[in-house]
Ligand binder design. Sequence first.
Ligand code: ASP
Ligand code: MG
Length: 407
Amino acid sequence: MALIVQKYGGTSVGSVERIEAVAAKVKGWRDQGHDVIVVVSAMSGETNRLVELARQIQDRPVPRELDVLLSTGEQVTIALLSMALNKLGCAARSYTGHQVHIRTDSTHNKARILDIDDKRIRHDLDQGRIVVVAGFQGMDEEGNITTLGRGGSDTSAVALAAALKADECQIYTDVDGVYTTDPRVVPEARRLERITFEEMLEMASLGSKVLQIRSVEFAGKYNVPLRVLSSFEEGEGTLITYEEEEMEEALISGIAFNRDEAKLTIVGVPDQPGVASKILSPIGKSNIEVDMIIQNVGADGTTDFTFTVHRNDYGKALAVLEQTKQELGAREVSGDNKIVKISLVGVGMRSHAGIAGTMFEALANEGINIRMISTSEIKISVVVDEKYLELGVRALHSAFGLDDKQK
Ligand code: ASP
Ligand code: MG
């Protein structure tokens, strides 16, 4: 018998029929003798509807009041799910975040969970009840309702699993797991049986939007085994855990990509101590996040400096850089916002040489020019022209043997 935390997202509880289907699923686990805590999101579209209502009153609604409003979405689903469970003969009780003492900081609209008092939940579990908890919400020190940021129910579930030392945290969603890459780009993409927390973080931050990133960080920190699976189909989903010695590591777990990239170059800056900071500080002060950075080897006392930013920040970054050009007496500023980033991710990279070579060769064979390269311990990223995104991802997917041969 295990203690399992399950989280069902908005689509999974999008109608009364679906809520009843979730109840039947939960009952199945309970009937096998497991203790079950269920965390739910608001019904699909509900949070957006509430945000829209608030916006009709104020362009930027008072954050505290917005939280009071948004937290109602989840309150509806916990009650309906508990009713559905009771109808099936399963004793169940629903609780809002504050009722089970999900204590957060006071950053309204994106609060962080500080701690959870598990007494009430334990008591219910001991009584044989299923406990249904509203995701996405908590309460600060002063008793104000807070919410955790969009997609925050994932984090609620992981935090509950950590606090109660659950055996597994299962995130039920509308996909059946984490894939080697986006199946819309590569139809041969495969579902991964397992992936490590580190890999998942790299995949998620690069655009594989299956889970709220913060929930993965949280799960990694507290070592909560996390499983992503479909609420509509049977299956094992994808287990996100730490590496195990005896696991035979795949070299590469997946290929992530990001379409929202832009790059900027400042040419002919004096090659002196402090230039990198003089170029990037004003960018940072303008709240623009920088991703890759490359500085060329200097020649004739000057050097070139290139970096990437989110495509939405491109115009703003160009303007800031023009200013810097004047100040530093640089030669020229140029940029390109039709670029994308493709990344190979895999912990197997740590112990295997030659991966970069294989990657560059596969791209070269397709005539794809690499504009920038960056590496970390478990990731190699390249920047290429936007028009090569699909071709590049497909070429790499097959070069690293990730294609599902059945498809
Ligand atoms: N209902 C919230 C949202 O739509 C939280 C969640 O679904 O995780 O973002
Ligand atoms: Mg979600």
